[in-house]
Structure formats: C-alpha cells, structure tokens
Design a protein around this ligand. Structure first.
Ligand code: AP5
Ligand code: MG
Length: 191
C-alpha cells in the first residue's frame, strides 16, 4: 500500500499530474477540490456550505473536509494505494490525516511538491477560467497557499517524505521528473 500526496500552489499541475500518476500506478486518486465542486453541482448540504469559500478562493473549514477524505481512504478501493491531490492543505489537516492513517496501520509514503513561478501560475489559471480562476480569487488562493499550506513542505521534509519537483515546462516533462522520483523511491508501476 502506498499513499502519495501532491502538494503545490493553485495551478501547479497537481490535478494534471496526479491523474497521470494514478494511471501509471493503477491506483485511485482523490482531488478534494473536484469532490467539493461535485457536491456544489448537486447542491448537497456540504456543497452549499462550501460554495462561498470556494468562490472566494478561501479554504473550506478543516472539519468539512477531513471526514470526507478519511472515509474515502477507508473504502476498499484504496487498499492497494492512493493519491491525494489538494489534501492535506493545512498543518491540522496533516495531523488529522496522520492520526486516521495510524489507526488503519497506514501512513503517507511520499509527498510530491510541485514548484512553479507565480506568473506562470497566474497565466495557467486565467487561461483555464474555472469559477475560482478570476484575478481576485487567484491572488487570495496564492496568499492562502503561502500562509497555510506551504508550512507542510517543512512538515513533510522533516518526515523524510518530500520530493521537490520542478513543475515548469510541459506536462510531459514534469511527469518524467515525477516518474524518476517515484522510481527512486521504489514504487511499482502497473505491469
Ligand atoms: P483545488 O481544486 O484543489 O484547487 P487549487 O489547489 O487551487 O489547484 P488547481 O486545481 O487550480 O490547480 P492544480 O495544481 O490542480 O493544477 P491543474 O492540474 O488543474 O481547490 C479548490 C478550492 O477547494 C480551494 O480553494 C478550497 O476552497 C477548496 N479545497 C480543496 N481542498 C481543500 C482542503 N483540503 N481544505 C480546504 N479547502 C479545500 O492545472 C491548472 C491549469 O494549468 C489547467 O488548465 C492545466 O491544463 C494547466 N497545466 C497543468 N500543467 C501544465 C503545464 N505543465 N504547462 C502548462 N499548463 C499546464
Ligand atoms: Mg486541481
């Protein structure tokens, strides 16, 4: 069982690369952002509570998200491994995740940090134009990343789990770098 976490600012390519890696390793991946946007679409209670945070580019409160992820990890489909994109995003989320995994006799095995220049992040997001890809929300998301999520880089480095990957260049180039790191750590690819 391997658990891989993607860490990086908005627009770094977490979703793009997590999807490719999930395919390569034949394991499921969860984007908490995607999950919340689906909840918004069907206007569930969770979706309605999350909507204004997401639109403003703010983080959804930890308690709305932690249970959702832990339930997903407890399901059978992730027994052979899983990839998380966009979670954890705060130190309390990382601590809750560690506690929950400990109870399942599991652990985070590798954290892939994608680094991209801020101007390139803005360019990618404005080009995409998701509901939270307007100038105000983008700037807020970048600040929130620096303040609340970047501390996780040190958190995971101290645990010896961090793989820092240059996220500039084409998606193919970035994926090659990720594959190298994954191989170095001895993860098995789909036969
Ligand atoms: P989330 O959906 O996770 O958004 P994000 O972190 O802002 O990141 P993005 O999805 O915008 O970027 P990405 O790194 O996935 O890059 P992507 O591959 O898409 O979260 C959204 C919101 O949900 C949060 O603001 C918060 O409100 C809430 N939320 C989610 N998780 C939460 C949590 N744990 N706690 C609290 N709240 C939470 O690429 C971006 C674009 O660039 C795409 O168009 C892509 O095609 C393009 N691209 C990718 N790679 C390249 C490349 N190499 N070259 C050129 N273009 C590229
Ligand atoms: Mg994403």
């Amino acid at each position: 069982m391997m658990l891989i976490v993607f860490l990086g600012p908005p627009g770094a390519g977490k979703g793009t690369q997590a999807e490719r890696l999930a395919e390569l390793l034949a394991i499921p991946h969860l984007s908490t952002g995607e999950m919340l946007r689906k909840e918004m679409e069907v206007q569930s209670e969770l979706g309605q509570r999350a909507a204004h945070f997401i639109q403003d580019g703010q983080l959804v409160p930890d308690d709305l998200i932690v249970d959702m992820v832990v339930q997903w990890l407890a399901a059978d489909g992730t027994k052979g491994g899983a990839i998380l994109d966009g979670f954890p995003r705060t130190v309390p989320q990382a601590e809750s995740l560690d506690r929950a995994l400990h109870e399942m006799s599991r652990q985070v095995d590798c954290v892939i940090q994608l680094t991209v220049d801020p101007d390139e992040l803005r360019r990618r997001l404005l080009l995409r134009g998701r509901m939270d890809d307007n100038q105000d929300a983008i700037e807020r998301r970048l600040v929130i990343y620096s303040r609340q999520t970047r501390p996780l880089v040190d958190f995971y480095r101290q645990h010896g789990l961090l793989e820092r990957i240059d996220g500039m260049g084409t998606p193919e180039e970035v994926f090659e770098r990720i594959k190298e790191a994954i191989r170095r750590r001895g993860f098995r690819e789909r036969p």
